[in-house]
Design a protein. Structure first.
Lengths: 196, 180
């Protein structure tokens, strides 16, 4: 059986960010950071270059602090797998201004392309649903990505979790700022907050 | 996680003192892994409409969550037991590299009248783990020192931008009773 074609990750992320106004974006380390930066750098982007497993929780704390602003976490399957308990924690509140998009290629792309657990038997959308996340979706077609995009840039009624079946190959690395203090204060500045 | 840990007949007043200082420091997010020593404070946070009390599945979730809180302009606190501090070591790199103003309150196990030897390895290295990751450590042994220490720690964290952990000694909290 031949596998269905998978989404172009750069194109998919660019489409996810189409229609963005004031959305705050947290990216998981590795390729999701590069994909987001390739779409466009923004003071409202916070790129993780480490802290593996922390992206969804960081988005959750940010969403609680900024309840009238959409917060979007863009991460990978390996990063989400490392902090899977976060889905249970987030579901205790399911903030409607939080969306988590997992670019799922079933691979640890940064470390040599080893298979992740989603290439075996784990279904992250099902995990999120079982944890109680309010709206869970598994997308594999570009039309579905286009339909999802507007929902990421407005306030909803519950937390949204979506997996995107993306291509397995690596793309060129597009490296955005990696100074943590700069990234932190840049986002705070965009929200009208002082450094301390 | 432990059951009721207080051995004294008198209800301790320090959890309410901590809650007062957290209110004064405008703490809005209370992330916790349940612990007997923190039980009263967790109840106070849950009942406080100005605070979002969030149970975690593991302590490092709280480190990332409170980093997000600060990005969005809110103060938060992480409540946990000494056994969870080791879980945080890698995630504390986020705090260190971005200089996030972490405030963590840690109830100690494994140091005073401990019945369960499995608590000792992490209890005896709690300070060292924080210090290795550049988090300042304050320690409280006596009830009268709780409130001023929390006040100082909150100030160091939120005004000074310095990651700070307060260790609440097992002698203050009381040893967990396993067999009545």
């Amino acid at each position: 059986m031949t596998e269905a074609p998978r989404l172009d990750r750069r194109d998919a992320v660019r489409r996810l960010l189409t229609g963005r106004r004031d959305t705050l974006v947290i990216t998981g380390l590795g390729a999701p950071t590069y994909d987001t930066a390739a779409a466009s750098d923004d003071a409202r982007n916070f790129y993780l270059w480490g802290a593996m497993g922390g992206a969804a929780m960081m988005g959750f704390g940010l969403a609680l602090a900024q309840p009238s602003t959409p917060v979007l976490v863009i991460t990978g399957d390996g990063e989400m797998l490392m902090g899977m308990g976060a889905l249970a924690t987030i579901a205790t509140r399911n903030p409607g201004n939080l969306a988590i998009v997992v670019l799922d290629n079933g691979r640890y792309g940064e470390t040599g392309g080893q298979e992740s657990h989603t290439a075996h038997r784990t279904d992250l959308r099902a995990v999120a649903a079982a944890c109680g996340i309010g709206d869970t979706q598994a997308l594999s077609r570009i039309e579905e990505v286009d339909a999802l995009a507007p929902m990421l840039h407005r306030l909803g009624n519950t937390t949204l979790f979506a997996t995107l079946a993306i291509e397995r190959g690596e793309r060129e690395r597009l490296l955005p700022p990696r100074d943590g203090v700069f990234l932190k204060n840049r986002m705070r500045g965009a929200l009208g907050l002082a450094p301390i | 996680m432990s059951a009721a840990a207080v051995t004294s007949d008198k209800e301790p007043t320090w959890p309410a003192a901590i809650h007062r200082r957290l209110q004064a420091a405008e703490v809005r997010q209370v992330a916790y892994v349940p612990d007997g020593g923190h039980a009263a404070l967790i109840r106070l946070a849950q009942a406080d409409p100005t605070m979002a009390a969030v149970p975690l599945t593991t302590e490092e979730e709280g480190i990332a969550m409170l980093a997000g809180a600060w990005l969005g302009g809110q103060h938060g606190v992480l409540l946990m037991q000494s056994s969870g501090v080791g879980n945080c070591a890698n995630m504390l790199s986020l705090v260190r590299i971005c200089r996030f103003p972490l405030l963590a309150l840690v109830t100690m196990r494994g140091e005073w009248g401990e019945f369960n030897p499995w608590q000792v390895p992490m209890g005896s290295t709690t300070s060292a783990v924080f210090e290795l990751m550049d988090t300042r450590v304050l320690r409280v042994e006596r009830e009268e020192d709780v409130e001023p220490t929390i006040e100082a720690a909150a100030s160091t964290a939120f005004r000074g931008g310095t990651a700070t952990a307060v260790l609440l000694a097992q002698r203050l909290i009381g040893s967990k009773v396993f067999v009545k």
